[in-house]
Design a protein around this ligand. Structure first.
Ligand SMILES: NC(=O)c1ccc[n+]([C@@H]2O[C@H](COP(=O)([O-])OP(=O)(O)OC[C@H]3O[C@@H](n4cnc5c(N)ncnc54)[C@H](O)[C@@H]3O)[C@@H](O)[C@H]2O)c1
Length: 438
């Protein structure tokens, strides 16, 4: 099938690459020429495990191409996936300008039937706006052409995006016409040979499903973060509590890890956008409002622990940070808790030396030379007053604690991800403080 992907970022590139891997003829469009030139040279602008091989293999086979040419991209695919960004607007609502611009571009140049698929995360009612934008542009052109608009939210996780796309838990298709549903089923059939995981529903329910999923996951995180803070006060161990509740199948173990707060390009903006949608409809989502407030507070938790130990004035103090990305296996720094932590430490006069296995280039782009960057986890510790663990990369999980202790000026680890067993670390004579443990 001929497919066009509009927007070649985390979602668009993974979608395009995975669809080409199953034999489709895919053309990926992006308006950023730097991105497209890199992709045309076989380079991947983002870090995502397994993506490079798939892109290179399918590009070499001629099934995956990249362009900045809108006329070419509209002509190419009968199915046009919109996977552009939907960043938060000033009032927290999702900014739809990129989605609607992509829709108008399709309408400007289409000459035959198109299935326009909203893969970006968009508020309920966006498919109607996309439909209206296309209809209006066609009218301006004085032509009448058939098209369908489908909602097909994406549930992939950064860091495991290829795997998630290849083996989806579910494929949500919001559509109200058979022709479009048939096209979507054909596209996704190879990804669900074992059993059908497609959930066909009305467009509005599909749009809301994506926000509901992210809001639920964010809720679990904020819930556990608050309980962890309470466990500290009460002298309980949140790790044991986590296992105690996770064993209940109604609760399950996933997404119950306390930490430094959720970040990334999705949860923060999606929680905000859902709250905003509710407000626009005269409702207050009280649970989610609290989820967001609890998360904002949690991003300061490590700094509170630092201040409790070293005082509010951190002049002359130096802190090693392990991890900058908002989660492991990605270089994505959008809304990363590390940014808040760095900002708070610097504003109190401290210096920071950080190490991240893949996000340092991106961190340097955002933070510049305001912090130092180390060549290895151990190098970051040199002369530091404490180690702060911010991202749970696998390679941080079993360090040589003797060396950690000898490199640090003071043997202090403040662990924002509960990576280590407190007794083990303390046995090395290291002062260890984690989230909700003792
Ligand atoms: N990143 C994730 O893990 C994830 C997961 C599920 C859903 N989503 C949703 O998918 C959407 C895209 O997210 P992302 O992380 O891939 O964003 P991204 O910023 O990585 O990529 C978006 C790309 O779209 C391009 N673009 C913008 N306007 C364009 C236009 N009119 N025509 C062509 N290209 C255009 C940008 O240059 C950029 O490269 C968002 O709505 C997001 O909420 C993201």
């Amino acid at each position: 099938m001929k497919i066009t992907i509009i927007g070649s970022g985390y979602v668009g590139l993974v979608t395009g690459a995975c669809l080409s891997e199953h034999g489709n003829d895919v053309l990926c469009l992006d308006l950023d020429p730097r991105k497209i030139e890199m992709l045309q040279r076989g380079e991947i602008p983002i870090y995502e495990p397994g993506l490079e091989e798939i892109v290179q293999r399918n590009a070499a086979a001629g099934r995956l191409r990249f362009t900045t040419d809108i006329v070419e991209s509209v002509a190419h695919g009968t199915v046009q996936f919109i996977a552009v960004g939907t960043p938060p607007d000033e009032d927290g609502s999702a900014d739809l300008q990129y989605v609607l611009a992509a829709a108008r571009n399709i309408a400007r140049y289409m000459t035959d039937y198109k299935v326009v698929v909203d893969k970006s995360t968009v508020p309920v009612g966006t498919a109607d706006k996309v439909k209206a934008a296309i209809g209006e542009t066609l009218r301006e052109r004085g032509v009448e052409l058939p098209f369908s608009v489908v909602s097909n939210p994406e549930f992939l996780k950064e860091g495991a995006a290829v795997e998630d796309f290849m083996k989806p838990d579910r494929i949500v298709v919001g559509a109200d016409d058979e022709r479009a549903i048939h096209a979507m089923r054909a596209i996704y059939q190879p990804f669900q040979r074992n059993h059908d995981r497609t959930l066909v529903m009305d467009v509005r329910s599909a749009e809301l499903t994506k926000y509901a999923a992210n809001a639920m996951l964010a809720t679990r995180i904020s819930f556990m973060n608050e309980l962890a803070n309470l466990a500290e006060v009460l002298g309980a161990d949140i790790e044991l509590v986590r296992r105690g509740i996770g064993s209940d199948p109604r609760i399950g173990y996933s997404f119950l890890y306390p930490g430094v707060g959720y970040g990334g390009s999705c949860f923060p903006k999606d929680v905000k956008a859902l709250c905003r949608s509710a407000q626009e409809n005269g409702m207050d989502l009280q649970v989610l409002t609290a989820v967001e407030a609890a998360n904002d507070a949690q991003k300061l938790r490590l700094v509170q622990k630092v201040v409790a130990r070293f005082g509010d004035d951190l002049t002359g103090k130096r802190f090693a940070l392990w991890g900058l990305a908002f989660k492991p296996r990605t270089d994505d720094m959008r809304e990363a808790p590390s940014l808040v932590i760095v900002q708070e430490l610097l504003s109190r006069g401290a210096t920071v030396c950080a190490f991240d296995p893949v996000a340092m280039k991106e961190a340097r782009r955002i933070l510049g030379e305001r912090i130092d960057y180390a060549a290895s986890p151990m190098a970051a510790l040199d002369n530091a007053d404490a180690l702060l663990v911010v991202t749970e990369w696998k390679e941080f999980q079993a360090p040589d604690f003797e060396r950690v202790k000898s490199l640090l000026k003071q043997p202090v680890i403040i662990d924002g991800r509960n990576l280590f067993d407190p007794q083990t670390v303390k046995a090395y004579g290291i002062d260890y403080d984690a989230i909700g443990r003792h």
